[in-house]
Design a protein around this ligand. Structure first.
Ligand code: SF4
Length: 690
């Protein structure tokens, strides 16, 4: 049998299958380490620099080892890519067919029971829509209402037609349907409203089918949300799949500490309570049509309706104590009356749960008891959490709803015990896990201090392919003139590069200001560059059009700092507005800082700086995506040079040559700008958003 050196070497099966395949010792090194970890069921942390080819480096040993492996990714897009492209390709190249399954969270699959309940003409859908329409604070006009209902009806009809032929029931297959569409929650199930074995559609249920296929597969591709929901919350039905795995590989593992913190916390939103009450009231009304109110059963049902109204009242009383403006606020600073109202809401939900339980298991209303119980548990945890153990916050949404949340400060012990309770290997990998040679920030948050780590440097020649420009003369970021100074600095650089630029901001406010300033400048000068601004179109569309344009300028905030892959000339300049320190105005950040200081830690050194360094490394990592890429990173923030911690941030970045010399930067940028963009081409472009 071929060994890993043969497989990854020149003339090997990967080379034969992929003409562009390049043999890299870094990829082989990672594959060897993953193979050992799979063999010995080890927990290991591997940072693979950009360009290592880490996907193939874990897929090859996974296919060769013959064990049952779960691969968890950060996004559904990456899940789909592994399932439909990478895994079949590597399996074919190696001649190692494997049973592969893709498993998503239940809300991705059509629920046949709920679809059937809506009715062929969408009768129930229109009722539900009225009940769940977003509260925008303004009455919709008649025209808006008609348009919305037409769009719902059209989409429902499309889903109904598709449901007749789909095998997987994955709603991603439905043309034009986004997961924010109002019809989505009505044709999918939640853990709480799924009837499970009592469901008349169970034999055709897509969630059950996906889980059965996952149980039979050698390799199962999941995502972090699904994996963590099971680890932290014991999501139903998935435990068997995780329990039978020999190893779990977590790609994009840098996301795990924050995601796990969310899953180990608790969240209760007013929307979740309202949805429960809406369904309870609908079921009560339905049952009372055939149950006399003065019968024993009717009395029990009426008690449920009374208890549900009690929950409504408690919820309104709590909402009345909360801030009216949108934003996130620390619960600890709101006074004891808010805590008392949270407790009151929990007790009224508990009362509802009791009344639902009295109905007996054969009543359709009894299915709501567990949901009410889950809300009680979460609210009790939020009300009882010691502020030394975690941060409790309330978020007021634009629609006027609220969301109470709890985030523990330290999940390390709990996370580690969950890993240790399963006798499988855990392989964490990402391009951004270490600072210099130190993995301590990542491993510390997950309790993995004792796990072996491996850092694999990127195969790219950053010295030759890139330049790091740290401009002089910008004001401090707190200055009101700061964003204007950034744009002023950016303009000649973008011109020298002839477009092909990202400008990455750290806040939406700075993004809007930057976009307005840039457009104001270019509208005067008839700029050749098309401007793409986050929020003006969906992210994937912006990126697609940016790639196709080849000379665009894209402005984005956090979601463009990571997970964006623009290979080749289309991206040749990355301008970073400000160092990505989390805002201490955010109550979650502030509480964590206060907690570290109160417990004798150094919040800046142990939390803010490493978080910023990892985020900066992600942002800078957008630039060079292949051996053929060239480009310049510009970090405008003067603190990069003016403060002692700038050295720590610099050490976290790839080995680019730094310069403060503007002429040198302009020379490098011009040298690598495309030559085929003529002024005629340029002036034909409009400097407008897509
Ligand atoms: S078992 Fe649950 S998810 Fe499946 S069809 Fe029935 S209600 Fe829907």
């Amino acid at each position: 049998m071929l060994d890993l050196e043969d497989i990854f070497g020149p003339g090997g099966p990967l080379h034969s299958a992929l003409p562009d395949f390049k043999s890299r010792w870094q990829q082989l090194r990672m594959a060897q380490r993953v193979a050992t970890a799979l063999e010995h069921r080890e927990t290991v942390v591997v940072e693979a620099g950009t360009g290592t080819g880490k996907t193939f480096a874990y897929l090859v040993p996974t296919l060769l080892c013959g064990s049952r492996v779960l691969i968890s990714t950060g996004t559904r897009t990456l899940q789909d890519q592994l399932f439909s492209k990478d895994l079949p390709l590597v399996a074919a190249a190696l001649g190692r067919p494997a049973r592969i399954a893709l498993l998503k969270g239940r809300t991705n699959y059509l629920c046949r029971y709920r679809l059937a309940r809506i009715g062929p003409g969408g009768e129930q859908l229109s009722l539900d829509t009225a009940a769940t329409a977003p509260d925008t604070g303004a009455a919709a006009t008649a025209t808006e209402a008609v348009d919305e209902s037409t769009s719902l009806a059209t989409m429902l009809a499309r889903i109904q037609r598709w449901s007749l032929t789909t095998r997987q029931g994955d709603l991603a297959e439905v043309r034009g349907l986004s997961d924010s569409h109002q019809v989505w929650p009505q044709v999918t199930s939640t853990r709480e409203n799924c009837l499970g074995n009592r469901c008349p559609e169970i034999s055709r249920c897509h969630v059950a089918l996906a889980r059965r296929e996952a149980l039979d597969a050698d390799i199962v591709i999941v995502n972090h949300h699904l994996l963590l929901a099971d680890l932290a919350l014991k999501e139903d039905g998935f435990g068997d799949i995780l329990g039978s795995a020999d190893a779990v590989i977590l790609d994009e593992a840098h996301q795990i500490p924050d995601l796990a913190t969310q899953f180990f916390g608790a969240t209760v939103s007013s929307r979740r309570i309202e949805n429960l009450l809406k369904e309870v009231h609908a079921e009560v009304a339905s049952q009372l049509t055939h149950t006399p109110v003065d019968s024993g059963a009717g009395e029990l049902i009426t008690n449920v309706a009374t208890a549900a109204r009690g929950v409504e009242l408690s919820q309104h009383q709590l909402a009345a104590c909360l801030p009216t403006r949108t934003g996130r606020f620390p619960l600890a600073e709101m006074g004891s009356h808010v805590n008392a109202q949270v407790d009151d809401l929990a007790r009224s939900l508990q009362f509802l749960q009791d009344k639902l339980t009295h109905l007996g298991d054969d009543s359709a209303l009894a299915q709501f008891a567990e949901r009410a119980g889950d809300l009680v548990l979460s609210l009790d945890r939020i009300a009882d959490m010691d502020d030394l153990d975690g941060v409790r916050a309330v978020e007021i949404t634009q629609r006027g709803g609220f969301s109470l949340s709890l985030m523990p400060f330290d999940i390390s012990q709990r996370f580690l015990s969950l890993l240790q309770s399963r006798r499988c290997g855990w392989i964490f990998t990402s391009a951004t896990l270490s600072l210099g040679e130190d993995f301590g920030h990542f491993t510390g948050r997950l309790g993995l201090h004792d796990s072996p780590t491996l850092k694999i440097e990127s195969p790219f020649d950053y010295q030759r392919q890139s330049l790091l420009y740290l401009p002089e003369g910008l004001p401090e970021p707190a200055s009101p003139k700061y964003v204007a100074a950034v744009i002023e600095t950016a303009l000649p650089l973008i011109d020298a590069a002839r477009g092909g630029a990202f400008i990455l901001f750290t806040s939406h406010r700075a993004l809007s200001q930057g976009a307005a300033l840039l457009r104001a400048c270019w509208s005067k000068e008839k700029s050749p560059y098309r401007v793409f601004v986050q929020g003006e179109a969906p992210r994937e569309r912006l990126l697609k059009e940016f790639r196709e344009d080849g000379n665009g300028v894209l402005l984005g905030t956090t979601s463009f700092w990571e997970g964006v892959d623009v290979k080749g000339e289309a991206l040749r300049l990355v301008i970073i507005e400000k160092l990505p320190f989390s805002s201490p105005d955010d109550p979650l950040v502030k509480a964590r800082i206060d907690h570290l200081q109160a417990t004798g830690g150094n919040a800046f050194r142990d939390y803010q700086l490493p978080e910023a360094a990892l985020a900066l490394k992600q942002g800078v990592g957008r630039l060079i995506r292949s051996e053929e890429d060239y480009g310049t990173v510009v970090i405008c923030d003067p603190r990069m040079v003016g403060r002692g911690y700038g050295k720590v941030l610099l050490a976290a970045l790839p080995a680019m040559s730094p310069t403060r010399d503007r002429d040198e930067a302009l020379r490098f940028i011009r040298k690598h700008a495309p030559r085929n963009l003529t002024n005629a081409d340029s002036s034909a472009r409009a400097a407008t958003a897509p």
